[in-house]
Design a protein around this ligand. Sequence first.
Ligand code: 4AD
Ligand code: MG
Length: 498
Amino acid sequence: MTYINQLKIYVDQEVTLKGWVYNNRSSKALQFIELRDGSGLCQCIVARDDVSDEVWDAADSLKQESSIEITGNVVKDDRSVGGYELHVSGLTVIQLAEDYPITPKEHGVEFLMENRHLWLRSRRQWAAMRVRNAIVFSIHKFFQEKEFLQLDAPIFTGNAAEGTTTLFETDYFDDKAYLTQSGQLYAEAMAMAHGKVYTFGPTFRAEKSKTRRHLTEFWMIEPEMAFYDLDMNMDLAEEMVKDIIRYVLDHCPKELEILERDTTQLKQAVENEFHRLSYTEAVDLLKSNETAALLDQMTEERKKEREQLKAELEELKKEHGSAKKWRKAQIDQRIQEIHARQDQIEEDLRNIPVWKQSASGFTWGNDFGGSDETILTMQFDAPLIVHRYPAEVKAFYMKRDPDNDNLALAMDVLAPEGYGEIIGGSQREDSLEVLQKRIADHDLPEDVFSWYLDLRRYGSVPHSGYGLGLERTLSWICGLSHVRETIPFPRMLGRLSP
Ligand code: 4AD
Ligand code: MG
C-alpha cells in the first residue's frame, strides 16, 4: 500500500492507494475521483476506454466519502491537487457511503460542530490538525534538546492553582476533587527534583465565557525551572515561540496554504525581537494620543467599508434573481466573501474598548481585556511581552517585584493579529512566610497547600515558569477565527458532544 504523500517516488509506476472519495464528477468518457487517504489528496482519473465495465461501473456508483481501494499509474501533473495524478486501472469499493451530510456547499458553524466527527475530514480541518501535531512535536523537541524532563501533573487535584472561581468539581469517593486548572504547582515540585521540567496535559476551566479564545478543556505546556528569574523566563518563552513558528513554517507550508494563512506576521515573529513592556508602560501606551488616533482611524475606515459592503450586497441580491447560472455562482461566491468580511468588521468594531468613551481612559490596576491586547499588539511588528502586572489581578503564588510591592513578577506573551495572550507565567514566591500570608490573603485553605509550602521549607530557590496554551497558539499560527477549530473535539460552554 502506498500513501498519497509518497507518490513523487512512484512516478510512472503502478501503485495501489486506499482511501475515501473526497469529491467526484464524471463525463461520458472520464470520471474524476478526488481521493483522500489521510496523507493528502490525489486526483484519480478513470477513462472509459482504459478500464473494464466493472471498474467503470464501480467508479460511477461512488458517493462522497465512500471508502475504496484504487490502482493505477502515477503521472506527474503540476495542475493537479497534490502535483500527481493516478491513471486508474483497477478500483474496488470497500464501503459505499450513505448520503454524506457535509457537502461541498457552505454549511453553518453549528451544523459543522454537531458533525465534528465528520468535519475533521474536511480539508481545512485536516490542515489545522496537522499543524497542531507539528506544534506538539516541535515543543517536545525544543524542551528535550534543552534537557528538560517531561513529567505529568495529576488531573484530579485537591486544590486550586489559578483561583477558585473556575474549578470543575467532581465526586471523588464521597470526597471532593477538582479537575486541574494548571499543572504548575506540581511542576514546581518536580523542578525541585529535576531542575528543568515541563508538563504537557489537559487543563480545565469552568469559565462561563463564550468567546473565540475560551475552551473549558484545553492543553497546556508548562515549563518550570529552578534558579530562573523573570528575565530568564521571558527569554525562554520568546525562544520557544520563535522555535515553534520556525518549525511550522518549515514543515507545514502546504497546510498553511490550505488555510490561506498570510505568513507575514509569523515570519516577523521569528525575525524580530519580541517587544517587552511593563504593565505600566503598556497602560501609558493605551492612554496615548497615538492609540487614540489609531482607534479613531480604524473605526472610521471600518464604518466606511461597512456601508460600501452593504450597498454592494443589495446590488448583488437584486441582480441574483435574473442572473444566468454561471453568474449566480459568481454572485454567491462574492456574497460569501462579503459576509466573512462583515463579520470581521463587526469583530474589529467590538474591539474598540469601552474605556475609549470615558474621559479618564483605561484605569491602572485593571486587567487587560482581549481588545486591549489587540490594540497593544497592533502597534508592534512582533509579539509583545507584558511584565510586572498589578499583583491584585494575578495569582497568589507570584513573587512581588522587590522594587514595588504592588507589582507581581508576572509576564504574558501576547500574539499579534488579535489573538492576544498565548502564554502566562511568572517568577514564583520562594519565601515560606510570604507565601503563607498570600494563601491567607486569598482565603485559600492552608492545609491543602501544605505539601506546596514544603517546597519553601526544604531548599527553597528562586524559580520561574509559564504556561503556553496550545489551542490559542495554534489558532494564531493558523489564522483561525475561533479556538473551536484547534482541537479535535472542543469542549466549550454549551458544547459536550460529539
Ligand atoms: O495564564 P494562565 O491562566 O496561567 C496559568 O495557568 C499558569 N499556572 C501557567 C504557569 O505559569 N505554569 O494560562 C496559561 C495559558 C494562557 O496564556 C492561554 O494561552 C491558555 O493557557 N488558556 C486558555 N486556553 C483556552 N481556553 C481557556 N479557557 C484558557 N485559559 C488559559
Ligand atoms: Mg493568564
